[in-house]
Design a protein around this ligand. Structure first.
Ligand SMILES: NC(=O)c1ccc[n+]([C@@H]2O[C@H](COP(=O)([O-])OP(=O)(O)OC[C@H]3O[C@@H](n4cnc5c(N)ncnc54)[C@H](O)[C@@H]3O)[C@@H](O)[C@H]2O)c1
Ligand SMILES: [Zn+2]
Length: 366
């Protein structure tokens, strides 16, 4: 018998302007920080990060993130950090930067602080990284003993980012309760290797409720680059509730199908994690035969926040059925979570559900 397990980050701090407090919070984790960010993110945050760390007396070394959470990039950065003699890893940016920072900290057995600059995924709080090849094909999940020691989210910065990334975070968050329910129903295990706790399921449910209640007005506020109370709630749902919810509730079809999409070459590569997860969630719902009206509700909501609900919007309308079976095959692979939805599913059945989502979506009226 497995145990009930709940795992979470050491500290979560969210607020408008909170980036200026990074130094104060980081000080408790180490005296010399290794900072990872790409050029865009460093351009947005660099000066404030440096000022805040200097003020708190935390020394630092900055290294540019090259863009992919791959084994080679992790090895390169870990070796830089070793040479620089730093004690703490700080990852600033989107999901790939955070996943890389967590892996680098794991290589070095050091503490890690995560500073999301977009509310685009539920990567910040989790004790795992999604690892890709240098070319961006999904390879594996890498699990850690502990969650990040600190997650610090500046809501003002997240609201300045493109609204598409914010909507992608909402879509990633909407998958959380759908998948956790499948895990629970199938008596499967969560991402922390335990049976889902009441806490884990309640958080996943609160995530869905928050997003469906405030998601649209928050989307409109971020489109205008302002922070409203709804934006604060949705940033928390995208980041904390979704993160705790998926990890402690578990993943199933939506994310396995998202991972499957990386098997296809072409324009789908330019879509965000959340956009692919949105379609994966609808496919998951078709596979578990949710009532039409429930699926239609999700389709209408995704449309309002401009997430894809058709194969055309996924740039897969010209793809052969054979290639969709390849997506299904990758989703069905041993290391992935489709079995938590239904262990008997085949690659063909997944491909058919992908087509069925498109057919149904075209008939749903606003
Ligand atoms: N480890 C986990 O638990 C977990 C969970 C969900 C997703 N993921 C992973 O996260 C990755 C996707 O993350 P993502 O969608 O954030 O994309 P990303 O990390 O690939 O890219 C984010 C992009 O947004 C830019 N950006 C960041 N902040 C910005 C800002 N404030 N303004 C303008 N641009 C900004 C960055 O420069 C970058 O180009 C995938 O690899 C996925 O597998 C991991
Ligand atoms: Zn996700």
């Amino acid at each position: 018998m497995s145990n009930f397990i709940f795992s979470s980050p050491g500290k979560y701090v969210q607020g408008s302007g909170v980036l200026d407090e990074l130094g104060e919070y980081a000080k408790a984790l180490g005296g010399k920080a290794f900072l990872i960010a790409d050029d865009i993110v460093w351009g947005i945050t660099g000066d404030r990060v440096k000022a805040s760390l200097e003020k708190a007396g935390v020394a630092f070394y900055y290294e540019r993130f090259n863009g992919e959470a791959s084994g080679n990039e992790i090895t390169r950065l870990a070796s830089q950090a070793r040479d620089a003699g730093t004690e703490l890893v700080v990852g600033l940016g989107g999901g790939k930067t955070m996943d890389t920072a967590k892996a680098v900290a794991d290589e070095l057995k050091q503490r890690v602080a995560i500073v999301p600059t977009i509310a685009s995924t539920d990567a910040p709080c989790s004790a795992l990284s999604v690892i890709y090849s240098d070319d961006g094909v999904f390879e594996s999940y890498r699990f850690y003993d502990r969650n990040p020691d600190l997650v610090l989210v500046d809501t003002h910065i997240c609201a300045q980012a493109p609204v598409r990334l914010f909507a992608s975070g909402i879509a990633d968050g909407l998958a959380t309760y759908v998948e956790a329910q499948a895990v629970k129903r199938n008596l499967s295990l969560s991402m922390v290797g335990g049976k889902p706790t009441i806490a884990g399921m309640a958080i996943a449910q609160a995530c869905e409720e928050t997003l469906l209640t405030y998601g649209l007005s928050a989307y409109q506020a971020v489109e205008n680059h302002v922070v409203s109370p709804a934006v604060e709630s949705v940033v928390e749902a995208n980041t904390l509730l979704s993160g705790l919810g998926f990890e402690n509730g578990g993943l199933a079809g939506a994310h396995a199908i998202h991972n499957g999409f990386t098997a296809i070459q072409g324009d789908i590569h330019h879509l965000t994690h959340g956009e692919k997860v949105a379609y994966g969630t609808l496919t998951h719902m078709v596979l578990e035969q949710r009532p039409d009206e429930e699926i239609a509700r999700y389709i209408r909501f995704y449309r309002q926040i401009k997430m894809p609900t058709t194969l055309k919007e996924l740039h897969l309308d010209n793809e052969s059925f054979e290639n969709l079976v390849k997506v299904g095959a990758l989703a069905c692979s041993e290391g992935d979570t489709l079995r938590n939805l239904n262990p008997t599913l085949t690659a063909e059945e997944v491909a058919q559900a992908i087509v069925a989502v498109d057919a149904f979506s075209k008939t749903v009226t606003d």
